[in-house]
Design a binder for this molecule. Structure first.
Ligand code: F0G
Length: 348
C-alpha cells in the first residue's frame, strides 16, 4: 500500500488503511491476476481483480441493469438490489474480511447511514463487533436498519459526517480497533460496479455517479482504468459526478480548478451530505485526467426523480441514490449515446 499524501510505502500486511506517518489515505497496489472479463454469474468471479484476501463468498453485487421506459439511451444500474440496498456492500464485504484477516475483532466507522448499515451486516456475518458513529442528519429508516442487524453499538453524533469521522478515527486509535469506512479496501470492492456495468452495457458512453466522499467514483475510475489497460474496453465511457446544489464541495472545486473547501451540508439527500469528501482530491484528478465532468442537481430535482422512479418502476431509490437519475434528465443525448445512471441506494 502507498500513501496518497506523503508517498510512504507499506509492504505486506500493514493492518491499517491510513498512513501511520501523515494520516493520509492509502492506495492498495497490486497486479490483478487477470481480466475482469464479462463474468455475470457471481460477484466473486471478480476475485482475480481484487486484492488477495481470505474472503467468504457472501451474497453481494450482481445487481440488475434496466432500460429507461422513456429514453432508449438511458439505463439504470440498480445498486438497491444489494443485501443492504446500497452499493456499500461491495466495499464492506472486502473491508470486513480484511479487518478479520489482520486479526481484529472489532471495527469502527463513520457514516451517513448506509455504510454503517452495510458494515454492521457483514461484520455480523464475519462474527465481528462493530461501533458506528452516524451523522446527525441520518434518516430514521437507516437508524432502524442498523439497529435491526443487531449487535452494532450506535452513536448518533450532533454534527455532520465530518464530525462523525473525527469521532471514529479517535475511537480507532484509542481502542486499537480497525478503522473502516471510506478507505482503500472499500474503494477496491466498489470498483466492481464498473466491471458489471461494462459487462451489462458494453457500449456505455456515460456513467453517472452520485458523490459524497467520492470513494464510489474513485473505485469506478480505477476499475475502468484497469479494464482499459487490459484491453477490455471498446470505448472509455465518460464519468459524470453528481452532487446536490445544497452540498457541492466536490463540484465547486472541480469547476473552479481549486482545492476542495469544507462546505456545511444543507441537503436533504442525507446519504451524500458530506462537506469534505475524503477521496475528493484524488477523484477530481482522476476525473480531469479521464475527461469526465461534475454537475449539481437540486434537492427538488432529486425528490422528483425519486418519486417518478418509484411510480414508473416500483423501485425505491433514496434522494442521494436518485441524484444520478435527476442528472440524466439534464443530459442532452446523441443518437449513439448510452448512459448508465448508478442508482446507488434505496434506504428510505
Ligand atoms: N449514494 C448513496 C446511497 C450513499 O450512501 C453514498 C455515500 C453515496 C451515494 C456517495 O458515495 O461517498 O463513495 O461518494 N454514503 C456514505 C455513507 C457517505 O456513510 O453511507 P461516496
Amino acid at each position: 500500500m502507498a500513501c496518497t499524501g506523503c508517498g510512504e510505502v507499506y509492504r505486506r500486511r500493514y493492518p491499517s488503511q491510513v498512513c501511520g506517518r501523515c494520516n493520509g489515505i492509502l492506495e492498495v497496489r497490486y497486479n490483478a491476476a487477470g481480466k475482469a472479463g464479462h463474468a455475470l454469474a457471481s460477484f466473486w468471479d471478480y476475485e482475480n481483480v481484487l486484492p488477495k484476501g481470505r474472503y467468504k463468498h457472501y451474497e453481494v453485487g450482481m445487481t440488475r441493469i434496466i432500460r429507461s421506459h422513456g429514453n432508449a439511451n438511458l439505463f439504470f444500474k440498480l445498486e438497491t438490489d444489494n443485501p443492504t440496498r446500497s452499493f456499500k456492500d461491495r466495499g464492506s464485504v472486502i473491508e470486513v474480511a480484511k479487518a478479520k484477516e489482520y486479526g481484529y475483532d472489532e471495527l469502527v466507522c463513520a457514516s451517513t447511514g448506509n455504510m454503517a448499515y452495510s458494515i454492521a451486516y457483514y461484520s455480523k456475518l464475519y462474527g465481528m463487533r462493530v461501533k458506528v458513529f452516524i451523522s446527525g442528519n441520518a434518516n430514521i429508516d437507516k437508524m432502524r436498519d442498523i439497529r435491526g442487524v443487531g449487535d452494532a453499538d450506535i452513536t448518533k453524533v450532533r454534527g455532520d459526517f465530518s464530525a462523525a469521522q473525527e469521532r471514529a478515527s479517535e475511537y480507532a486509535k484509542r481502542r486499537n480497533v480497525f478503522l473502516s469506512g471510506d478507505y482503500c479496501y472499500r474503494k477496491e470492492g466498489q470498483s466492481t460496479v464498473a466491471y458489471e456495468i461494462m459487462a451489462q452495457a458494453r457500449n456505455a458512453t456515460h456513467i453517472i455517479v452520485p458523490v459524497g466522499n467520492a470513494t464510489l467514483i474513485s473505485g469506478i475510475l480505477k476499475g475502468l482504468g484497469r479494464m482499459e489497460e487490459s484491453g477490455e474496453l471498446r470505448t472509455m465511457p465518460k464519468v459524470i459526478a453528481v452532487q446536490s446544489t445544497s452540498c457541492m464541495p466536490f463540484v465547486r472545486a472541480f469547476k473552479k480548478g481549486r482545492k476542495i473547501k469544507y462546505e456545511e451540508p444543507k441537503t436533504d439527500a442525507d446519504a451524500i451530505a458530506v462537506g469534505m469528501p475524503t477521496f475528493g482530491e484524488q477523484a477530481i484528478l482522476g476525473l480531469k485526467e479521464h475527461g469526465g465532468c461534475a454537475v449539481a442537481v437540486s434537492d427538488r430535482e432529486m425528490k422528483k426523480a425519486q418519486e417518478s422512479f418509484y411510480r414508473d418502476y416500483g423501485i425505491v431509490a433514496e434522494m442521494g441514490g436518485a441524484a444520478s437519475i435527476a442528472a440524466a434528465r439534464q443530459l442532452k443525448f446523441k443518437e449513439d449515446d448510452l448512459a448508465v445512471a448508478v442508482v446507488s441506494g434505496g434506504n428510505v
